[in-house]
Design a protein around this ligand. Sequence first.
Ligand code: SN0
Length: 326
Amino acid sequence: MKQFTSIHDVENVEALIEKALFFKQNPIHSYLGERKVLGMVFFNPSLRTRMSTQKAAYNLGMDVIALNAGADGWAIETKDGVIMDGDKPEHINEAVQIMSSYCDLLAVRTFAGLQNRLADYSEAILTKFIQLSKVPILSLESATLHPLQSLTDMMTIRELDIKKPKVVLTWAPHPKALPQAVPNSFLQWVTKSDAEVVVTHPEGYELDIQFSQDCKIEYDQNKALEGADIVYAKNWSSYSAYGHILSTDRSWTVTKEKMALTNNASFMHCLPLRRNMIATDEVVNDSVVINQAGNRVWAAQAVLNELLNYEKENQNINEQGRFAYR
Ligand code: SN0
């Protein structure tokens, strides 16, 4: 695997899930990453992604440099052709080339701006990283996808060991407009697994058809939840009325009563989760979210291991022990 930005970069999804499960049992299995540096650049906040990916890198013997662009590093201008007379002193065109010269793998988190659908769905910033980096790129959530989360989700569902589970992705209310990255990515992965997938949301919250085409859409949340084995809750803002909040209807909050409609389903969420908006305290306390978040380490380790392996196999290591990635 020469980069990890979506499921399309993964040659064998099944093998990657198995590798993540393997690392959970054998965390310190390889030192493939010894003397290698993972750079992590954050344009947006992170708790799980940052800590779990760092831990995963350490398990492989890597060193990590993490930079919060605009907080502990210069704010980075990402658009071409602008007169840089504002508050961003650094341009992405230099920054990525330079950061990638210091690192062996480069990871980036960049959320959707939710102002311009075309710009977000063209993955302008992630694409810049891919084009300008000398080393493999790893997405830590981009404008439209969150593949590390989805790999973790698949691993967590696998651990539940349910034959052809009914998986329900439900929209839930939230005070802020959030990206569609987590639900888009989840559907991209879960529809490739052996599961019956139902998406439920209020009208106007339809996701981009490229992600929802292989699942059933059910506008009645109670109906959707009937017989569910897994309930995956997430808020997202509208795709059609791009970036807008169309509903804050708290009748969509996942409650104990709603969970009672399911087949004793496991409740999942990527976190952070706003309690008693997305789901009630009772539902969160009785969920698999802690194991799910814990699995982020093993998913990240499987991905880092694949990226390191690719380089090793392609023998692109130069005299300095650095990858000479093209
Ligand atoms: C992000 C999202 O894509 O929805 C990251 C999830 C892994 N979530 C948020 O930004 C939540 C912010 C909030 O105010 O609750």
